[in-house]
Design a protein around this ligand. Structure first.
Ligand code: HEM
Length: 444
């Protein structure tokens, strides 16, 4: 496979642009097997049209490596217009160049182990409340519950506030999230129109939280504390608009992705009795008492493998979008300027030249003696890569391990029969029926 910068007139990748204006956007949004089908038809690089833009979809480790390595010189932010508008121009996801790099450096501080460690007891307390609630419910639709749970956890960690009893806040987030990948028609009854309205309401709520914090005399070293302290070279603080956009971005990044991964985790564990038994045995053997620490979580090495496999089979982000700012050649094809380039986590993780029987849920593939993810650089990309790699990945893994460990020790659950477990992919993957389960405390 060759990766060089274009020298002459090479062909465009195979594929077709679909219908006028909307192209293949509806297939992309509503058919979870769309990319797989086109890959079978055209191979691992193909052209199409999504969200009104000529697009190349490039699948696999080599493509990921190319896109991450050329982020500055040939590529820039390429998310669909709906996402840009709903996140706002002050969002890290939309920022580019020096501004983006400088903000990333700053946010890095908020995810240091010391800060994450301090948050564990607060997360444990939220977790106990949810476990008690789920036990009382007996049967539940888990994805919406996990979505509320992960929002509460993200609010506690990032902003230091409790949102457990604030159903309105989670409802607004749900409506906002539904608009992220939608058709950008701004009418009150369209998904996008409703999401815009929810954004306004969320920003009002976020501003209240920010103003309250500004009135406090002491400064906390959490995410919000850092946002309010940061100054540029001229001593200017971030504008209130940017603070609000950044908070919205991190609440989104830290909430839906985690809810999706937790839902997949509990589905796979319910379907894989051997994996479940081994994971429970590890918890029993470790016998850690609460409060858990980062060191305790580190010692849950089998659970680590399970987390990795969950994020391989069902990565919480299925695609990454970039805009081509300078034409390049990839694998013998010409990728013109102004096209959108999409990399694909899900299909990369199904590559049988990297993973044996990729369709199997098999955590042991990540054990040191097999280490299948090490076969090719960028063959395992649940958190993306390069300069836009997920800044919250360690915190995301912490939450996944913490809730799963607490569940494994004291609870059991089984899937209700007759439900649709096929995935809805956007904004993050979850089973069509939301994962309906019977939930109870383990008999002692
Ligand atoms: C299971 C958990 C998570 C997964 C699978 C995940 C996945 C990803 C991926 C794939 C990207 C890169 C997208 C791209 O290439 O453009 C990303 C970026 C990002 N993630 Fe995460 N994420 C997770 C958790 C979190 C958490 C907990 C936070 C914050 C609390 C967070 C905040 C962000 C932000 C702000 C970005 C944008 C980075 C940038 O553009 O520079 N994520 N995430």
């Amino acid at each position: 496979m060759t990766i060089t910068i274009s020298q002459g007139a090479l062909p465009l990748p195979p594929g077709h642009f679909g219908l006028p204006v909307i192209g293949e956007t509806l297939n992309f949004l509503y058919d979870p097997r769309y990319v797989e089908k086109r890959q079978k038809q055209y191979g691992s690089i193909f052209k199409t049209s999504l969200f009104g833009c000529s697009t190349v979809i490039a699948i696999g480790a080599e493509a990921n490596r190319y896109l991450f390595a050329n982020e500055k010189s040939h590529l820039s932010v390429g998310w669909p217009e709906t996402i840009k508008v709903l996140l706002g121009i002050g969002s890290l996801v939309i920022q580019t160049g020096n501004e983006h790099q400088q903000r990333r450096k700053m946010f890095h501080k908020a995810f240091q182990p010391k800060i994450m460690e301090q948050s564990i007891s607060g997360i444990e307390s939220i977790t106990h409340n949810y476990l008690d609630k789920w036990e009382r419910m007996g049967t539940l639709n888990w994805f919406p519950e996990l979505s509320k749970y992960s929002l509460d956890v993200a609010c506690k960690f990032l902003l230091g506030v409790e949102t457990s009893n604030d159903c309105h806040f989670s409802k607004l987030f749900e409506e906002w999230g539904d608009g992220l990948f939608s058709i950008p028609i701004r009418l009150p009854w369209t998904k996008f129109g409703r999401a815009l309205h929810s954004r306004e309401q969320l920003l009002i709520r976020i501003e209240e939280i920010v103003r309250k914090r500004q009135q406090q005399s002491h400064t906390s070293q959490d995410f919000l504390g850092l946002l309010l302290q940061i100054q540029d070279e001229d001593g200017n603080k971030l504008s209130l608009q940017e603070v609000k956009d950044q908070i919205l971005t991190f609440l989104f990044g830290g909430h839906d992705t985690v809810a999706s991964a937790l839902t997949s985790m509990f589905m796979f564990l319910a379907q894989s009795p051997e994996v479940l038994a081994t994971a429970r045995a590890e918890q029993r053997q470790l016998e850690f008492k609460e409060p858990l620490t980062l060191e305790h979580l580190k010692q849950m090495t089998y659970l680590d493998l399970v987390v990795k496999e969950v994020l391989r089979v069902t990565p919480s982000a299925s695609f990454g979008f970039r805009k081509v700012i300078k034409e390049f050649e990839f694998n013998g094809y010409r990728i013109p300027q102004d096209w959108i380039a999409v990399y694909v986590m899900r299909r990369t993780h199904q590559d049988s030249s990297i993973y044996t029987q990729p369709e199997r849920f098999d955590p042991q593939r990540f054990a040191p003696e097999r280490a299948e993810d090490k076969a090719k650089p960028f063959g395992y990309v649940p958190f993306g890569g390069g300069m836009r790699e997920c800044p919250g990945k360690e915190f995301g893994k912490l939450v996944l391990k913490l809730l799963t460990a607490m569940l494994l020790r004291e609870y059991e659950w089984e899937l209700e029969p007759g439900q649709n477990l096929n995935l809805v992919l956007f904004p993050t993957p979850y089973p069509y029926d939301g994962l309906r389960v019977k939930f109870r405390r383990l008999a002692s």
